[in-house]
Design a protein. Structure first.
Length: 504
């Protein structure tokens, strides 16, 4: 998955979010921060019967006060006050002689939260007179630049690649993602792929408003990692992605023996769903490490192994699958799979659930000014080097941020830490726009996951923290076949009143 958020604070740059697959916590994080008045510090004050925000100085204009109560915006310039209708002001009291733009490249669970912060912290459009006569449009704009036509709800893919009748619910329109913003028309979605991130602009694979180059003031890269099908979809339109999942379901249904390569979350969830939905099928999981989910406390492996035994799932550890250059037939015939431990497994269908490749090509040509690094990317792992503030490590690129899987934080690659990182980024960009230092930091916590282990059975598992010796485990049996997918639709602004809406 991959997402990139750009914030522009100039007369020609929009705020943009660029992504290629879906996280959602960026959107919600922005929402939380933006609704906290005062967003720019100082608190809400009363002055002459009006509710006003703190004063702000900015070049050539003077001081700014924003107030909603009287329906007027006051700007104090060199010669007095000017008032404007309240629908032209920023709720957080921010203005400037420039537009403020955020850009998020690719939509992910992380980026959804970051984007929301942007949309709500700097929501409005403020026309003002920079020379007391010449009117300029100053506004903050958030653009989501996303090659996919719909948000891809990746967490549902293991289930919907097996269970028929739900697959269309995994792809959610972007049409309402800004609907809670005070000025939703100021923001937008650009269906395009970002080819590269430059110091001052991003390059698209197609023109937007007459140009392939879109400028920014701040960028949040949330490009995540590349995954194999069916963990991620290659197609940009909903119809093709739904068709792929349906074909995958058919392949699973006609096969009596199925081999899953990989013992991470995707492989574990797919194996347990598959064996519970089709108990008569032979399901085998091959894991290269001594245990599944190796980044977690061994208690999670033990829990999963017990569940595998209950369902009758075979587990082969300490061995890899030799993957042919042309892949596996998966055509209903029986074929042999070679393992690196010297054994052979006969199967009719192979599902790849291995590896995550950093989606760093967007910043591959971005040079580092640091003497100890040639690139902004860590050559040891492919992730973007960052500071605790989530800014790029290179101080020359302090207006660039990274969030989620692509950020080299040392944290687990999961939605929970990405959500916390998105909140940090939103607060820090807000601080920078206000002229303050970016001081909010991300603190890595113990790894945690909410893992499905069948159609209803699921578990919330957290590694022990520094003061504990045992993990925290919360088993549940409240799962639904559609994985409560309507909640994600609501997070993206769509309340589903009729099942036909899932086909949007």
């Amino acid at each position: 998955m991959s997402s990139l958020l750009l914030v522009n604070f100039s007369a020609t740059s929009p705020a943009v979010i660029i992504r290629e697959s879906a996280p959602t916590y960026i959107f919600q994080t922005i929402l939380r921060v933006s609704h906290r008045m005062p967003g720019l510090g100082g608190g809400v004050r009363s002055f002459g019967g009006y509710k006003l925000l703190r004063w702000f100085g900015f070049s050539r204009i003077g001081k700014f006060i924003g107030g909603w109560a009287a329906g007027l915006l006051f700007i104090k310039g060199p010669s007095g006050y000017w008032s404007f209708p309240s629908n032209f002001i920023f709720e957080n009291g921010l203005t400037s002689e420039y537009n403020c733009h955020w850009r998020l490249v690719r939509w992910t669970y992380d980026s959804s939260r970051a984007r929301t912060h942007c949309a709500f912290n700097t929501p409005g459009k403020l026309p003002f007179r920079s020379t007391l006569k010449d009117e300029a449009n100053a506004f903050v704009q958030v653009l989501l630049t996303e090659p996919h036509s719909h948000f891809h709800h990746l967490f549902t893919f293991p289930r919907f690649a097996i269970v028929p009748g739900q697959e269309h619910k995994a792809f959610i329109p972007y049409s309402e993602i800004f609907n809670a913003s005070p000025n939703p028309s100021s923001h937008g979605v650009v269906q395009a792929r970002v080819l590269s991130v430059k110091p001052t602009h991003v390059e698209l694979d197609r023109e937007w408003h007459g140009s392939k180059d879109v400028p920014f003031d701040y960028v949040v890269v949330a490009t995540g990692t590349r995954l194999s099908k069916p963990a991620a979809m290659d197609d940009d339109d909903k119809a093709s992605s739904v068709e792929y999942l349906q074909k995958h379901q058919a392949g699973v249904k006609r096969s009596q023996s199925i081999l899953i390569v990989g013992g991470g979350a995707f492989g574990v969830q797919m194996a347990t769903d598959l064996k519970e939905y089709y108990p008569e099928k032979e399901v085998t999981v091959v894991q290269s490490r001594p245990r599944v989910m190796p980044n977690f406390h061994s208690g999670l492996h033990d829990l999963i192994k017990r569940r595998f035994d209950e369902l009758g799932i075979r587990l082969i550890t300490d061995s890899r699958v030799a993957i042919p250059p042309c892949g596996f037939p998966n055509d209903g015939s029986t074929f042999d799979v070679q393992l690196t431990n010297g054994t052979t497994e006969s199967t009719q269908f192979v599902i790849l659930a291995t590896g995550q490749t950093p989606n760093n090509q967007l910043v591959a040509t971005l040079k580092s000014s640091r003497p100890d690094a040639e690139s902004v990317v860590n050559p040891d792992n492919g992730f973007i080097r960052i500071r605790p503030t989530m800014q790029f490590l290179d101080e020359q690129h302090s207006n660039l941020f990274a969030v989620g899987d692509i950020a080299d934080t040392g944290a687990q690659k999961a939605a929970r830490p990405g959500s916390a990182q998105a909140a940090v980024i939103a607060k820090n960009i807000q601080a920078l726009i206000e002229g303050r230092a970016a001081e909010d930091t991300f603190v890595k916590g113990p790894g945690a996951i909410h893992l499905t282990l069948g159609m209803k059975h699921n578990v919330i598992f957290r590694n022990p923290n520094t003061a504990e010796t045992e993990p925290w485990i919360n088993p549940k049996d409240d799962g639904r076949e559609d994985m409560n997918v309507e909640a994600m639709w609501e997070r993206l602004g769509i309340s589903v009143d009729n099942p036909r809406q899932y086909h949007l």
